[in-house]
Design a binder for this molecule. Structure first.
Ligand SMILES: Cc1cc2nc3c(=O)[nH]c(=O)nc-3n(C[C@H](O)[C@H](O)[C@H](O)COP(=O)(O)OP(=O)(O)OC[C@H]3O[C@@H](n4cnc5c(N)ncnc54)[C@H](O)[C@@H]3O)c2cc1C
Length: 304
């Protein structure tokens, strides 16, 4: 079945779900690169999302769920399938004492500020991470000594069979930038977090301090997906790349940031192919010089 006809099937089943055809993924990723998604769907609730996943499975159509696209590189030839974007329509946050229940589409920064506004500490690390809660569950996002694992109690998961259930954090295999959601292609719909009472002024001061650290060390003025590579055991990716003489290494419009070598940036209208070419060269050159193979933290999607 061609994807345009398939989009009509989605409309029949999940009527009010926003659907876009041939939607450029450069508009939905922080790298600002990437070709079109044949079908781009923005469900309003978990039921619509489940319906779309069900239809895709039934017809054998490739399907991927994304959040804010801040850890994602989509190929220039796009994605021949359905990309489901969990965004603002699924981003409610509810606070009850020291507990927060939030939907996957909420921004981590909004979540961290909401916690602060309720005098809750524990999410300061997340305030400067430009992703969604769903993406943070999948990646076990973390920074400056904190990570999702520290605050997550349980997550509402839709598994590949279409079953919906709350899974306790300790059963989600949360590790360094990894989780069971990644390995088993589960969809994260919501999460319950447990925080501690704190002083809002101290929380704000901590967030401001971390934001200043980011501004001074990271190339936030250019499109990127944050740290491009995972930290290899016992090393820092940025230092290995710097020591390999790759600071500023360029392919087309993409390059290794001279401000922070751990970031590959889209400096001047680079394509996904440019960005990937820089990444591959970095992996090969660092391995040739040190024997250490860097692993990309950024997730690749679609046809390059
Ligand atoms: C400037 C900058 C700074 C950054 N700093 C940090 C940092 O300090 N620490 C850190 O950990 N990360 C950092 N990141 C990376 C990124 O923000 C995180 O990995 C974030 O958690 C990704 O969330 P997202 O919603 O953008 O996910 P996306 O990029 O949309 O998706 C990431 C992966 O998760 C999958 N996915 C997304 N949502 C769901 C869902 N609900 N269910 C199932 N699968 C899903 C996608 O298919 C994809 O494989 C940074 C990025 C940028 C651009």
């Amino acid at each position: 079945m061609d994807l345009k006809s398939f989009a009509r099937k989605i409309t029949d089943k999940a009527g009010s779900c926003r659907l876009l055809l041939d939607e450029p993924m450069a508009l939905h990723t922080t790298f600002r690169a990437g070709g079109p998604a044949a079908v781009f769907a923005e469900p309003e609730n978990g039921e619509q999302l489940r319906d779309i996943l069900f239809l895709c499975r039934e017809d054998g159509i490739p399907c991927t769920v994304i959040g804010r696209g801040s850890n994602l590189l989509v190929g220039d030839r796009g994605y021949q399938g359905v990309i489901i974007h969990i965004g603002d329509a699924m981003s409610s946050i509810r606070v009850d004492g020291c507990r927060i229940e939030a939907e996957a589409g909420c921004l981590l920064s909004t979540l961290a500020r909401t916690a602060r506004d309720h005098s809750l500490t524990g999410l300061e690390f997340a305030a400067g991470i430009p992703g969604s809660l769903g993406g943070a569950l999948v990646m076990n996002a973390g920074a400056y000594g904190g990570e999702m694992k520290d605050v997550l109690r349980e997550a509402l998961i839709l598994d590949r069979t279409g079953e919906l259930r709350w899974i306790p954090a300790e059963k989600l295999d949360l590790g360094y930038r990894t989780s069971r959601l990644q390995k088993e292609e589960m969809v994260g719909l919501a999460a319950r977090l447990e925080l501690l009472p704190g002083d809002p002024e101290a929380i704000t001061a901590c967030m401001n301090d971390l934001a200043e650290k980011r501004r001074s060390k990271q190339p936030l003025e250019y499109p990127s997906a944050g740290s491009t590579f995972k930290r290899p055991e016992g090393h820092f990716a940025g230092k290995l790349i710097q020591d390999a003489g790759l600071s500023g290494y360029t392919a087309g419009g993409a390059c290794v940031s001279e401000k922070h070598c751990g970031f590959v940036i889209n400096k001047d209208h680079g394509t996904a192919a440019d960005i990937l070419a820089v990444c591959r060269h970095v992996e090969e050159e660092v391995e040739r010089q040190t024997g250490i193979r860097l692993e990309m933290e950024v997730r690749l999607l679609g046809d390059f």
